[in-house]
Design a protein around this ligand. Structure first.
Ligand SMILES: Nc1ncnc2c1ncn2[C@@H]1O[C@H](COP(=O)(O)OP(=O)(O)OP(=O)(O)O)[C@@H](O)[C@H]1O
Length: 210
């Protein structure tokens, strides 16, 4: 098993304990995380990325338990092995597309995938030297997918990646996430409310506030 979690729980300060269903995924498998607003989906994604430390339980990626890493070791492990796509692209606006992706290589201390061919596969090859401010929303989201893929991670996490996209861009973004994660043998986890995404991935867990 490439990725698994066991008995994860978390409590935000002053809030009740959130408990999460176990996850296990092989390479190239995809999973949706469904659940009502406030049920804890983003909290779960942050636990899976090692951005929050669980109250109980474990997250194991490629045989490494995240909670046994800390500080710069955890940051480096995340940079190399986990690609994250946020709801909004969060790109570095003063930099070009290419420089944003080079930054991801630099932070993970790897030379990763070739930037130009990755952008071409994502249909934005002509944007290599474009300034971030000149991109449309769909293009910016594809750049953020490129950034999540550029180090060929073992796990890709996406939090509502299509919520601000039209149908055409949603199809594109989900298709790209699926094909690219299969190509690099990564497990893919997408948090979504979006029915358009549910049509493409059947495997899901549901997070419930108890
Ligand atoms: N930093 C925080 N401090 C205190 N409570 C928090 C914090 N972050 C989230 N919560 C609470 O934890 C619960 C789960 O929040 P979370 O954002 O994980 O839910 P969600 O399912 O992603 O919601 P949505 O679909 O609306 O984005 C909510 O009750 C929320 O108010």
């Amino acid at each position: 098993m490439l990725f698994k979690t066991k008995e994860l729980s978390f409590a935000h300060p002053g809030r009740k304990i959130l408990k999460f269903p176990d996850i296990s995924l092989d390479a190239s498998e995809a999973l949706l995380v469904l659940g009502e607003s406030g049920s804890g989906k983003t909290t779960l994604l942050n636990l899976l990325a090692g951005l929050l430390h669980p109250l109980t339980g474990s997250v194991i990626l490629d045989g490494k338990e995240l909670s046994q890493l800390s500080g710069s070791k955890l940051d480096l492990f995340r940079g190399k092995n986990i690609g994250i796509v946020f709801q909004k692209p969060h790109l570095l606006a003063p930099l070009s597309v290419k420089e944003n992706l080079e930054m991801a290589h630099f932070l993970a201390k790897t030379s990763g995938q070739a930037i130009k061919s990755l952008l071409e596969e994502l249909g934005i090859g002509s944007k290599l030297n474009a300034a971030i401010q000149t991109l449309s929303e769909g293009e910016a989201q594809r750049v953020s997918i490129a950034r999540a893929l550029v180090n060929s991670p073992k796990l890709i996490l996406a939090d509502e990646p299509t919520s601000s996209l039209d149908d055409h861009n949603t199809e594109k973004v989900i298709g790209l996430l699926k094909t690219q994660s299969r190509k690099i043998g990564a497990a893919l986890i997408i948090v979504t409310h979006d029915q358009r995404v549910k049509n493409h991935i059947s495997n899901f867990i549901e997070v419930k506030a108890s």
